[in-house]
Design a protein around this ligand. Structure first.
Ligand code: UGA
Length: 436
């Protein structure tokens, strides 16, 4: 009742474009997803999903069958058919914290060439402050037909691995616009989600995205530094996190100490935010420290392996969990790669286990042996290192694991087990932020 279907185009069928496009189709809109990668579009037309994201394939298939979701390589067709065009192309990092906006600009130029009527363009890609303004100008100055666009900023907060859930149950929707009518149209589009909606200026919306990721990264680096102190004073970071998290002003989330954050977003967005500050002659001191702490946390963890197991040269080390977090095949800036690389450079014989990302990991580090069999990874290992807390690892039978390894030494970067339980089972157990 009252839901007005819209005609939407999503440019960029990557994580954000594919997931949001599919979810908006599920809500009853007519959606076309565009990508310049013809192979990807070919796969998607056959309902084959090029990324690993639980639940996505099913949702794509249903909405294709219902005629609400289609895929094309023709940006022109998609733009002409749609009333609202979402930009969800990649904005990869460049050296020094800059962001590569070439895909955003290319898409903008193609929109300018192809629009035949006034449209709303929504930027979902994570872009530096001021991009919305400049893209609006670029499209309107180059509009071949003279039709105009209004550009709205609508940052995306979904997490890989729970992307569909996050899209349907967002904590908030942020809409940054200079034109109230365009903002209202985008607000109505999101209305079925029933989420708190913040309508603000375009620059504020663009900054909210960076501020959110910078703040979350800060929580992680903060708790990791507390963990490092815990180890020295004989305290338990799990209890400390719980104790502070019960304060509603702090909250219980994102206080899991470990090997530090990875992925395609936190590392990139924190650096980009530093650069945004630098560009206006402001030094973002806290954020600089957050990034440095994260780098050191990986190194600390790698060094802990030698403290636990002795020099690793010539030893067989099993690294469990390679993806930057569970439920994804994404290896971008994954802590596992740094840890494996460190071990290999010190002469260890490293075997990496991951149920999904194993094959990709082999492409990234040729010297790394990989497997999707936990048993094969554990067999004969002189030490077991946990980097990513996949369910298969958390559920692992520790007696079975002990019967496979050469030496029952475990260095756990995710604090999966209780130290007392591990000791009782005969494991030498090292984790993060607990008494050593
Ligand atoms: C993150 C944000 O959570 C999303 O809100 C945002 O939309 C997204 O980036 C983005 O900018 O596109 P994501 O990178 O998928 O999402 O992953 P998270 O679940 O946030 O985890 C990020 C990293 O932090 C992982 O390496 C994870 O292991 C680590 N982490 C997270 C911790 O070490 N401790 C914690 O308590 C939480």
């Amino acid at each position: 009742e009252g839901i007005q279907a819209e005609k939407l185009a999503f440019i960029g069928a990557g994580y954000v474009g594919l997931v949001s496009g599919t979810c908006f189709a599920e809500l009853g809109n007519r959606v076309v997803c565009v990508d310049r990668d013809a192979d990807k579009i070919g796969l998607l037309r056959d309902s084959v999903i090029p990324i690993y994201e639980p639940g996505l394939e099913e949702l794509v298939r249903c909405n294709q069958a219902a005629g609400r979701l289609s895929f094309t390589t023709s940006i022109g067709d998609a733009v002409r058919e749609a009333d609202i065009v979402f930009l969800a192309v990649g904005t990869p990092p460049l050296e020094g914290g800059d962001v590569d906006l070439s895909q955003v600009r290319d898409a903008a130029r193609q929109i300018a060439e192809n629009i035949d009527a006034d449209k709303i363009v929504v930027i979902k890609s994570t872009v530096p402050v001021g991009t919305g303004r400049s893209i609006e100008r670029l499209i309107n100055e180059h509009s071949r037909s003279g039709a105009k666009v209004r550009v709205v900023s609508n940052p995306e907060f979904l997490r890989e691995g729970s992307a569909i859930h996050d899209t349907f149950h967002p904590d908030r929707i942020v809409i940054g616009c200079e034109d109230p009518e365009a903002g209202e149209r985008i607000r109505r589009l999101h209305e079925p989600l029933g989420a708190e909606t913040l309508i603000t200026g375009r620059e504020s919306a663009e900054l909210i995205k960076y501020a959110a990721n910078a703040f979350l990264a800060t929580k992680i680096s903060f708790i990791n530094e507390m963990a490092n102190i815990c180890e020295k004073v004989g305290a338990d970071i799990g209890m400390v996190a719980k104790g502070i998290g019960l304060d509603k002003r702090i909250g219980p989330h994102f206080l899991q100490a470990g090997v530090g954050y990875g992925g395609s977003c936190f590392p990139k967005d924190t650096r980009a935010q530093l650069r945004i500050a630098e560009d206006v002659d402001y030094e973002f001191r806290i954020l600089r420290a957050v990034i440095e702490v994260n780098r050191l946390q990986r190194l600390r963890f790698a060094q802990k392996i030698e403290r636990a197991a002795g020099p690793v040269e010539g030893k067989r080390i099993a690294v469990l969990g390679l993806a930057f977090k569970p439920e994804t095949d994404d290896l971008r800036d994954a802590p596992s790669l740094d840890v494996a690389d460190w071990l290999i450079r010190r002469g260890a014989d490293v075997i990496g286990y991951d149920p999904v990302a194993w094959a990709r990991a082999a492409q990234q580090i040729p010297e790394l042996a990989v497997t999707d069999s936990l048993e094969a990874a554990l067999r004969g290992a002189d030490a077991v290192v946990v980097v990513t807390q996949w369910e298969s690892i958390r559920r692992m039978d520790l007696d079975w694991a002990k019967s496979l390894v050469a030496r029952p030494i475990m260095i756990d970067g995710r604090n999966i087990w209780e130290p007392a339980e591990m000791a009782a089972k005969g494991w030498t157990y090292w984790s993060v932020g607990r008494p050593e």
